[in-house]
Design a protein around this ligand. Sequence first.
Ligand code: AMP
Length: 728
Amino acid sequence: MRSLLVRLLSSTSSGPRSSISRLSHILSIRQVQAPMAASEESLRKALADMQAAVDSRGNAVRALKAAKASKPEIDAAIDALNHLKLEKLSIEKELQAAVSGGDGSAVTREAFRQAVVNTLERRLFYIPSFKIYRGVAGLYDYGPPGCAVKANVLSFWRQHFVLEENMLEVDCPCVTPEVVLKASGHVDKFTDLMVKDLKTGTCYRADHLLKDFCNEKLQKDLTISAEKASEFKLVLATLDDLSAEELGAKIKEYGIVSPDTKNPLSDPYPFNLMFQTSIGPSGTIPGFMRPETAQGIFVNFKDLYYYNGNRLPFAAAQIGQAFRNEISPRQGLLRVREFTLAEIEHFVDPEDKSHPKFGEVSHLEFLMFPREQQMSGQSATKTCLGEAVAKGTVNNETLGYFIGRVYLFLTRLGIDKGRLRFRQHLANEMAHYAADCWDAEIECSYGWIECVGIADRSAYDLHAHTEKSGVALVAAEKFAQPREVEKLVITPIKKEIGLAFKGSQKMVVEALEAMTEEEAMKMKSSLESKGEDEFLVCTLGKTVTIKDGMVKISKEKKKEHQRVFTPSVIEPSFGIGRIIYCLYEHSFYKRPSKDGDEQLNVFSFPPLVAPIKCTVFPLIQKPEYEAVAQHISKLLTAAGVSHIIDMSGNTIGKRYARTDELGVPFAITADSQTDVTIRERDSKDQVRITISEVASIVKDLTEEQKTWADIWSAYPHHTSTNGEDNEE
Ligand code: AMP
């Protein structure tokens, strides 16, 4: 729920921050968050000095020419000038390398992404939606292999989370009445800042334009000074923090115009990302397409708690579509307008956030990026989860438990451990009510991408819906023995208040009843010593005088049989499409074809994720081999192994290449009436197996009951020669 947290934060803090406090905040971040690489800074300075030297030499040459100096004198000056120009060129080259990742890696990343995306689109992992009508930005269809990968990921998600933790799964409507999203804060605050092309009306996300401008300047403009480069880095580091006015001011200051037309832009203004609709034909019930699935769980809390035997902790889960009308979706599958979310709401007693199964994950070590490390410009470090919780870096065991479970989930899917980190939200990213938040970020060609948000949202959501609906979304802890407690009792004397405040009576009474214990005790002592107290009634917008006799304040002893409280919520929220896209990138590689004149694409999906577990084909188009292939296909179907059968007359090498490109881990080649070969995708090694065993072996392999090494050592085999398929 990160974006809402950020959005809520900027508007729930006590009024707009003054520009002075904002500036000092920004400056403090400037020092810690945007340190410029020493070499880059010195290169920028050296380049500026060199430019000055070239200019002054140029002037000297001109002066010599004007003074009609001797030819040798002028030639020597020109030589010196050319020498300086060469030196300048070499610094420029070094600086260019430093700002673009040192080795042209930006270009490599772009080329790699193109290769992945081309393969994904060509093999129908996904298709731009409504393509024949030229598509709509931010909307994608999943084609057959994409659907299968998604189904596998979701099925593993259910097994790993819902089944393992006995979570209560629900399935709520996407269409949501306004009142629900009003209570949650989405109607008022789920916004991004937008600017419009003043002539064409085309919309852009204001922060994206500023971000692109700064990145472009940093990477391509070698003439900017070291100070200016620091400033651009600072802007990038504080982008999330800028108000509409500040963003607008920066856009004006840098002269940023519409990227497509170069027309001037409007001032930034908030745009609500929810798709609005109305429910029913009359148009009187406003609604929205849900921007997240979580609210469906919160509004069902009372029933789910009852279903769970009125016991805490428990978790509810939901998988479903979420809709966000992103202003200018970019980054392919990573930022879309409709996507699948899988969310867990784990309800826990705020006074006890321990987790009985934390010991099962506490030994895990992986990249963690606590906020202090981010603030001091360090990188993520491999950290033991148990230690991070013990030290308080992670706020509590339950949050830590889910971080560990998310790590196990993502790495089992095939996400590379070295490109997965857990990044803690900076203080300015978290809403005031959140206790702690960590994002599972996966590195891909677009950089580090938030794929799972894991947040301790305290009691905020249940409180909000309790207040709006009037239904108490609370839990109770029954005491074994009744406990004696001292309770504050505030009794406004309505008759006296009515006489004194007439029409405002109700608001004064409500304000008195809402006093905190500290406020009430202060008023009591003031009434006793002075006979009156000045009291601010916010709903009236003024201070009134409360006189002795208008309110009774006392503390009374009471017996309590239970403690009633609003549970805290720990929420892991998975963007399924983002995880899948990163998985595609982490699984993709190229290898040369047998004759070496072609690069072949491979997706090295683990069997768990692979869209199809196995291909079957006859070695050549012969009826007896085709019959064997058909027979094996029947055996695989009976064993529940998804497979395809390829009877085409293509060479075996071509057929292998086609299945490798879909990430099919095993291929069975029928070349005899008694036994067959199974080939493993990445090693291209092969084993000989009798037909009667083949289905059970492939089933064991794809269900990860057995490894390829197990099968390899137990059956006759041969290794691919020089990495080539023997049969190509
Ligand atoms: P949020 O509620 O903004 O924290 O989003 C929850 C998760 O949804 C994020 O961790 C992302 O993985 C995913 N997500 C958010 N916005 C989008 C989007 N526009 N397209 C695809 N996935 C998204």
